[in-house]
Design a protein. Structure first.
Length: 414
């Protein structure tokens, strides 16, 4: 009879926990997307107030991520993961029973803090329990689980609200979070799973391409988040759409989010990351203009899906390049890179909703969409220029007189 090696069993349990945690986080986040603008607008909130409600999630996530990184390094993954699920349960209960603006802000901040814990600890758990040759596949499975949660959350939240009442999605989310917590309790080992030898944040600060890739990650996240607070308001007023219809619109974007990364990954085997990301920016820009120009729920859903495809083509290369940056020196600084990736990603989530709210309030929905498209095109131009410079550098001698490595040789940027 064949027995699994304890290390294999441990890695399987870790991947199960991380996948469930990311899927649950995405599901709860997605459920809130079509509901929060409706709840706040019914209380007389302005578009900028809705933007603040969305941005506070990312702001709390950014605030806790560095602290969680140190917590994971010192105490392992079990305590942070259990604390994260407790925060998620409390936040969903607040959403279910408090519809005033202030309690919703508290709930949203707590939800963001819980997400910061989940992302940092889950990625660190996978990295610590999988060999390098297995890590990419494991990360792909976990992120696919996140995409499934993103796909299911918005339409499920909208439909449950239409069929029952606004509390129903959050009560279901509470039950799912409790079940996720039970899985974490039984599957995450007490001793934690952090490698003894690991790089630190200080060690990766000066590595080539790090700043550019972090900024690009923020841009990709911003493209995903920009329309979340203002598109529902636009559909409510111009299309007389209900919460269920809005949920289906964002559900179409979730399908795109699940399908686009593998396609981008295949493309990256033949094309360098810079042009792939630049192309994603251009695709997102064109689709963003279309979102502001088209009429009808179906056309809007199609345009939003293309925006998501473009954003995925921006974000997928950053995962590849970040792993190369982590492995540029030994020991690899996976934990620090994952923390930085989370910070950059949520930085984009923080800025985009605020910018969207202010832009819509001053320029209208169409004007706001055009502003976002202009920024995406500008980023594409910068990426193409950077890629051209990188190619030019690689065509020149690659060593200094003393034989040291040159920036062109060590460059891991897009």
């Amino acid at each position: 009879m064949e027995h699994k090696h304890p290390k294999a069993t441990r890695s399987t349990a870790a991947l199960t926990v991380a996948s469930l945690a990311l899927a649950t986080d995405a599901l709860v986040y997605g459920m809130a997307v079509p509901l929060l603008p409706k709840l706040t607008s019914e209380n007389g909130a302005r578009p900028v107030d809705v933007g603040v409600l969305f941005a506070v999630y990312a702001a709390a996530l950014v605030a806790v991520t560095p602290l969680v990184g140190r917590w994971v390094d010192r105490r392992g993954n079990r305590q942070p993961l259990l604390a994260g699920v407790i925060g998620l349960v409390v936040s969903t209960l607040l959403f279910a029973f408090s519809h005033d603006t202030t309690p919703l802000l508290v709930a949203r901040a707590l939800q963001g803090a819980a997400a910061g814990v989940v992302w940092t600890a889950s990625l660190a758990l996978i990295a610590a329990t999988h060999a390098p040759r297995e890590r990419g596949k494991a990360m792909g499975i976990a992120l696919s689980s996140f995409a499934v949660g993103t796909l299911v959350g918005p339409p499920l939240g909208g439909l449950l609200t239409s069929w029952l009442d606004p509390r129903a999605p959050f009560l279901l989310a509470t039950v799912l979070a409790v079940a996720d917590g039970v899985a974490r309790w039984y599957l995450v080992p007490h001793e934690g799973a952090v490698p003894e030898a690991r790089g630190t944040l200080a060690e990766i600060r000066g590595r080539s391409g790090l700043v550019l890739v972090a900024l690009l990650t923020a841009v990709g996240a911003a493209l995903l988040a920009f329309l979340e607070p203002i598109l529902p308001l636009h559909l409510f007023t111009t299309e007389n759409a209900g919460v269920g219809a809005v949920g289906l619109v964002f559900g179409a974007a979730g399908v795109a989010a699940a399908l686009a990364p593998p396609v981008a990954g295949i493309l990256l085997r033949k094309v360098s990351p810079g042009p792939v990301a630049a192309g994603g920016c251009v695709v997102a820009a064109v689709a963003m203009i279309a979102v502001g120009a088209v009429d009808g729920v179906i056309a809007t859903a199609a345009a939003l899906a293309v925006v998501t495809i473009g954003a995925s083509f921006v974000l997928t290369p950053t995962v590849t390049v970040m792993s190369e940056i982590a492995e540029a020196k030994q020991p690899p600084a996976y934990g620090s890179v994952y923390a930085l990736y989370t910070l950059a990603y949520t930085g984009g989530l923080t800025i985009a909703p605020l910018g969207a709210g202010w832009a819509m309030q001053g320029l209208g929905f169409t004007g706001a969409a055009r502003v976002a498209a202009g920024v995406a095109v500008l980023v594409a131009v910068v990426l193409l220029i950077q890629n051209w410079r990188l190619l030019q550098n690689r065509s020149r001698p690659k060593s200094t007189p003393n034989g040291a490595e040159t920036p062109a040789e060590s460059e891991k940027s897009v």
